[in-house]
Design a protein around this ligand. Structure first.
Ligand SMILES: [Fe+2]
Length: 352
């Protein structure tokens, strides 16, 4: 037992008992406080805060049980041993229920008392250490959770910044891409949801839409920005952009989900597209949805070499290409969307 723990408050209205207890504890190296009843005991306890209290049960003014409750209120770790007469066992048990560590039946046996005292103080120490350990643990968990949340936020910021940086790198090379991307993004998102895709897949598809032409970064300006039509040789170079894009992003873990659209957005349902000439459902669904949305937007907006056509005409053209260029199921979903939804997506894409 540590020296600081060898400090006891003795409370008994019987002078003889007090003196015997005092003698026992003193000769065993305890610092002792003495009180003659519960009330006096409480005052002494508040002043000296001993780790151990030994108290009689039957006392005038404030009895042992009341005293026990009072000091446990002040210090929930207070180690208390009750002294009872043979007939007070019920009260002794009651006292255990409200927090006494032990009880000893009078007349007091020295060895029994010292063992009980040691056990009570050890148990008190154990409880304190356990609580401190738990508090430390909780603090660590809290700190770790905070750190984790911070890291996650930083990661998300990095993620967004990276996507934006990639997007604007592309914009500097191909004017008009951003507005087109935003509209196509809106169409794809809505078609995907109506088509019944789970929300997680919709999110992955969004990133693909944003980055679909990222591979154009690798196409020489002379071809990418050429004002006139491309020669067959130039088309061969231009058609490498899905492959360039795939190589660019597939090693970045958080962009990997965008690969299917980046790599396959020029495939056609009948197998005549590129880069792999995939056919039908071998083409990732996200890329099949993208193809419809991309074509619709290209047709309904002015481009350098073609005027915008009406929604109605664009719908007819998409319907005509179902089964050749486009997945017929996706076309069906697309055609089920009223003009008002398409208008709304277009209007929202202009918002900052
Ligand atoms: Fe493309």
């Amino acid at each position: 037992m540590a020296n600081g723990a060898k400090h006891v408050l003795i409370v008994d209205d019987d002078r003889q008992v007090r003196e015997v207890l005092h003698e026992i504890f003193l000769s065993n190296g305890f610092k002792c406080e003495i009180a003659t009843d519960g009330r006096e005991g409480l005052e002494t306890f508040q002043l000296t805060r001993p780790p151990l209290t030994v108290t009689d049960v039957k006392m005038p003014v404030m009895d042992g049980l009341e005293f026990l409750k009072a000091i446990r209120d002040i210090d929930p770790d207070a180690a208390v041993i009750m002294l009872t007469g043979v007939g007070d066992v019920k009260i002794a048990i009651e006292s255990l229920k409200v927090g006494a560590h032990d009880f000893i039946i009078k007349p007091v046996n020295v060895d029994e008392l010292l063992i009980a005292a040691e056990r009570a103080v050890e148990r008190r120490q154990l409880l304190i250490e356990r609580r401190e350990y738990q508090a430390t643990l909780e603090r660590r968990v809290e700190e770790a959770t905070r750190d984790l949340a911070l890291t996650l936020r930083e990661l998300q910021d990095t993620y967004r910044a990276t996507l934006e940086a990639l997007g604007s790198a592309l914009d500097t090379r191909d004017v008009g891409t951003e507005a087109h991307s935003r509209r196509v993004h809106g169409y794809v998102q809505t078609i995907a949801r109506i088509h019944g895709l789970p929300e997680r897949d919709v999110k992955d598809i969004e990133h693909g839409v944003l980055l679909h032409d990222i591979g154009k970064i690798g196409i020489p300006d002379a071809i990418l920005l050429k004002p006139g039509p491309l020669t067959p040789e130039e088309w061969i170079v231009m058609r490498t952009h899905p492959e360039v894009g795939r190589r660019l992003i597939e090693r970045i873990p958080f962009l990997r989900a965008a690969v299917p659209i980046v790599y396959h957005h020029h495939e056609k349902w009948d197998g005549t597209g590129y880069p792999l000439g995939l056919r039908g459902e071998a083409i990732p669904l996200g890329a099949r949805i993208f193809a419809v949305a991309d074509a619709f937007d290209a047709m309904t907006f002015d481009r350098p070499y073609s005027r915008a056509i009406s929604y109605e005409a664009a719908r007819r053209e998409i319907e005509r290409c179902a089964g050749t260029h486009f997945d017929p199921d996706v076309v069906r979903t697309f055609l089920s969307m009223p003009d008002t939804i398409l208008e709304e997506i277009r209007r929202r894409s202009l918002e900052p």
